[in-house]
Every structure is written in structure tokens, then in C-alpha cells.
Write a protein that binds this ligand. Structure first.
Ligand SMILES: NC(=O)c1ccc[n+]([C@@H]2O[C@H](COP(=O)([O-])OP(=O)(O)OC[C@H]3O[C@@H](n4cnc5c(N)ncnc54)[C@H](OP(=O)(O)O)[C@@H]3O)[C@@H](O)[C@H]2O)c1
Length: 258
């Protein structure tokens, strides 16, 4: 039985955040949910210091809906600075942050912003643990909906090992509550979490759209102007050998959500 801790979840209402809240509560921890919908804003800082009072650990799974590199970088670097400052004042002992597998090689868009996030959040007094995750099962439908144009759905060509947000949440909570890293773990690559097998994103988009009764043709998009194209298409977002691989597969997960 783990000891009960008071843990704040930034982005508690999001795809990953709601599972992080569930896992923490199932394991007996006290949760402080943070998001603008509960009146706390990590960008303006409104309500943040008060929310972090007595908190031992912060799990940050907040995000911006903007895919634009400049806007997303502004969001993540500001939230990193504010969480480090308010966390240090409140005596927070650990900051756990969700990131994305392979993004340190990314030079454009949202992924490059996440890379800036990783650097910014480590620049502060509160010790940080970063978990890099593959693309979430929960993200596929949103991606498919973005790409819908009439009876065609445009989906980026991407090699990915889709993972359930619940599995990501379990790994984040482990990182929040595990003991301090041993000497051997210090300097090791960031932990990674990914799904049980590699999936074709276009096929998975088709699967979810068919389930929703949409009869559409899927077209894979490969944009030569995207400087991260090789990374997406040639396995740059796939996990390393040290990754934790966790089910269910996308199809099994979809079945449970019918
Ligand atoms: N989605 C994926 O496939 C994926 C894959 C790997 C890693 N990740 C990473 O995992 C993390 C979570 O992603 P997600 O997809 O779960 O995010 P999400 O569903 O978009 O949720 C974002 C959360 O952030 C909160 N938020 C936004 N602006 C805020 C602000 N100013 N102050 C406080 N809270 C704010 C939102 O609540 P309010 O709107 O109420 O404020 C919401 O709870 C991100 O860091 C992402 O990069 C995601």
C-alpha cells in the first residue's frame, strides 16, 4: 500500500488528465485538480499558488489546442516557468511531465514546442521527471475529424504505436510516487510508454469513422514541406527498447467504448 500523498494534476479534465485523477484516487491519494474550468490557470497564474498549498507532487498533463509552434511554445514555456516558481514556493518535491516519444528530433509545429517544454521545465529548482508517450488512442478520432473534408478524410502518414491514455496515466502516477531515482537511473534515457503494436494511423482513423457511421475514403497525407516528415514516416516517433509497452490495442480499446 502506497502512502497517501497530496498530488496536483494540471490538465485534470483532459484526455490523459481524467485518467491520472482516476488512478491517483484508486491508489488512495488526495487529488488537487487544476484546469481553467476549476478556476486555476497555469498561464496567467490565477489561483495557482493557492492550489499548490500542501501539494507534494505535481503531474502536468495540460496542453494547448494550438498546433502552431510559436503559440504552443509560448504556452508550454510559460506553464513550465509558472509551475516551477509556484511549485518551489509551495515546497513541491517533484514535477512529473507528460511528453512525446521522439520529439527531441522535431523542428516544427506542436512537437517542437513540446521539445522546448522539456527543456524549459527542467530549468528550475523543483526536480522533474519526464515521461514520453506515444500518440493516445483517444487522439485518433480528433485527428480524423480534423481531416474530414466531405467524403474524404486526410490523415498524416505516421508510424506510431498508439497507447491508451489510461496506461499513460498509470506510468505517470508511478513516476509521481516511486522513490527517488537510484544512481544508475540518473542520466538514463527518459522513460517511454507505448502501445502493444505498431499501427497504421490511416487504418485506425478508418476504423473509428466506420464505427461512427461515416462512410469516407481515407487519404494519407505526406507533406514534403514539413521538415518533420521523415520523423513521422520513418519511425522517429516509435519507442526505444527501454519503453514500457501496454495494451489494449486500438481495436480492442475501441470495442470497449462502443
Ligand atoms: N494527445 C496525445 O496523443 C499525446 C501523446 C503523447 C503526449 N501527450 C502529451 O500529454 C499531455 C496531455 O495531452 P492531452 O491530449 O491529454 O491534453 P488535452 O486533452 O488537450 O487536455 C488539456 C488539459 O489542459 C487544461 N488546460 C489548458 N489550458 C490550461 C491553462 N491555461 N491552465 C490550466 N489548465 C489548462 C485543459 O483544461 P481547461 O481547458 O479546462 O483549462 C485540459 O484539462 C500534453 O502535454 C501532450 O503533449 C499527448
Amino acid at each position: 500500500m502506497e502512502t497517501r500523498s497530496r498530488i496536483a494534476v494540471v490538465g485534470a479534465t483532459g484526455r490523459a488528465g481524467r485518467h491520472v485523477v482516476d488512478v491517483l484516487r484508486e491508489r488512495g491519494h488526495e487529488v488537487v485538480p487544476i484546469s481553467r474550468s476549476v478556476g486555476v490557470d497555469v498561464i496567467s497564474g490565477a489561483g495557482l499558488e493557492a492550489a499548490l498549498a500542501g501539494v507534494e507532487c505535481v503531474i502536468d498533463v495540460s496542453s494547448t489546442p494550438s498546433p502552431e509552434q510559436r503559440e504552443a511554445t509560448e504556452f508550454f514555456t510559460t506553464s513550465a516557468r509558472n509551475l516551477q516558481e509556484a511549485g518551489a514556493k509551495a515546497g513541491v518535491r517533484r514535477l512529473v511531465v507528460a511528453s512525446i516519444i521522439g520529439i527531441d528530433a522535431s523542428v516544427a509545429g506542436y512537437n517542437a514546442a513540446k521539445s522546448a517544454h522539456e527543456r524549459a521545465v527542467q530549468d528550475g529548482p523543483v526536480p522533474v521527471r519526464i515521461l514520453r508517450a506515444a500518440q493516445f488512442h483517444e487522439f485518433v478520432e480528433e485527428l480524423a475529424n480534423w481531416g474530414l473534408q466531405g467524403d474524404v478524410c486526410f490523415v498524416p502518414r505516421m508510424r506510431t504505436r498508439l497507447v491508451a491514455a489510461r496506461a499513460v496515466a498509470e506510468s505517470l502516477v508511478d513516476l509521481a510516487t516511486d522513490p527517488e531515482p537510484t544512481a544508475e537511473q540518473v542520466g538514463a534515457p527518459f522513460p517511454e510508454i507505448a502501445g502493444p503494436r505498431e499501427e497504421n494511423l490511416a487504418e485506425m482513423a478508418k476504423l473509428v469513422l466506420v464505427r461512427r457511421g461515416r462512410d469516407v475514403r481515407i487519404e494519407e497525407v505526406s507533406d514534403p514541406a514539413d521538415p518533420d516528415r521523415d520523423l513521422f514516416e520513418n519511425g522517429g516517433l516509435l519507442p526505444g527498447p527501454h519503453a514500457r509497452l501496454a495494451g489494449p490495442t486500438y481495436a480492442d480499446w475501441l470495442d470497449t467504448r462502443a
